[in-house]
Design a protein around this ligand. Structure first.
Ligand SMILES: NC(=O)c1ccc[n+]([C@@H]2O[C@H](COP(=O)([O-])OP(=O)(O)OC[C@H]3O[C@@H](n4cnc5c(N)ncnc54)[C@H](O)[C@@H]3O)[C@@H](O)[C@H]2O)c1
Length: 249
């Protein structure tokens, strides 16, 4: 069994790799034999993580800045695995969402993914590589007061299918749609919006998923590993939920 889901000899680039699900993916991909490239704006965390993982490198870049993305890929000769994971959240219904915040979410979650994929594509076509995009249940169903976030994750689902349709034999492209996962992203949300009632809201977040708890970053990372591995050779254009039963209810 040890030989399943291996990435030996492969180069895997993870955006938002310095924290949360991205960090877990960097650890899991490295343990599976990949050389990991950690793309993030957080230099300190990215470099600290790179220092822990054999052969890993931190590439500091803002995925919304085309020139920075271009430079990141200009230095690469080969790439087999891309995990478009970086993303940000926002709470609010349409009336509570200022245009500036809406645009910010679109820039990171949609345009950032577009830019990274655009510059990665020649390398991935050359290697017959794989892309995993980070969606969310918010891209599949409505989630109360997540207007902008749902819009951007819906776009991630659509971009996944579109890429799979446009490049069916050259690359594989899939999308992961997690429910709520216990990461700094959730902690920041609790701190910002529910500072004085964290325990209560955390319990509500647990209850929102029929399984009764949040997902763990490692659980999402292992799905990303499977989708990036040779064993998933027939899987493309798929949108995979991993949400403790949330969207089944
Ligand atoms: N945590 C959840 O409950 C959850 C659920 C579903 C989907 N997701 C998605 O998973 C992804 C990762 O979430 P997380 O919870 O691990 O978040 P996180 O906040 O712990 O990590 C996100 C990382 O992305 C980096 N990043 C943000 N903007 C960037 C930019 N412009 N350029 C480069 N790097 C940037 C951050 O510095 C950070 O290291 C996001 O796309 C998020 O929408 C999270």
């Amino acid at each position: 069994m040890d030989s399943l889901f291996r990435l030996d000899g492969k180069i895997a680039l993870v955006t938002g790799g310095a924290s949360g699900i991205g960090e877990a993916a960097c650890r899991v991909f490295a343990a599976a034999g990949a050389q990991v490239l950690i793309v993030d704006i957080d230099r300190e965390r990215a470099e600290a993580l790179a220092g822990e993982l054999d052969g890993a490198r931190a590439l500091i870049a803002d995925i919304t800045d085309e020139e920075q993305v271009r430079q990141t890929f200009a230095g690469l000769e080969r790439l087999e695995v891309l995990f478009n994971n970086a993303g940000i959240g926002l709470v609010g219904n349409l009336e509570e969402t200022p245009a500036e915040d809406f645009r910010r979410l679109l820039r990171v979650n949609v345009e950032g993914l577009y830019l990274v994929t655009k510059y990665a594509l020649p390398l991935l076509k050359a290697s017959r590589g794989s892309i995993v995009n980070m969606g969310s249940v918010a891209g599949l169903i409505g989630v109360k007061r997540r207007f902008a976030y749902c819009a951007t994750k819906g776009a991630v689902v659509a971009m996944t299918r579109q890429l799979a349709v446009d490049y069916p034999t050259e690359i594989r492209v899939n999308c992961i749609c997690p429910g709520t996962v216990d990461t700094p992203f959730v902690e920041a949300y609790l701190e910002k919006y529910h500072r004085h009632e964290k325990a209560k809201v955390r319990a509500e977040l647990n209850a929102r998923q029929p399984i009764g708890r949040l997902g763990r970053p490692e659980e999402i990372a292992h799905l990303a590993l499977y989708l990036s591995s040779a064993e998933a050779g027939f899987v493309t254009g798929s949108v995979v939920t991993i949400d403790g039963g949330w969207t089944a209810a």
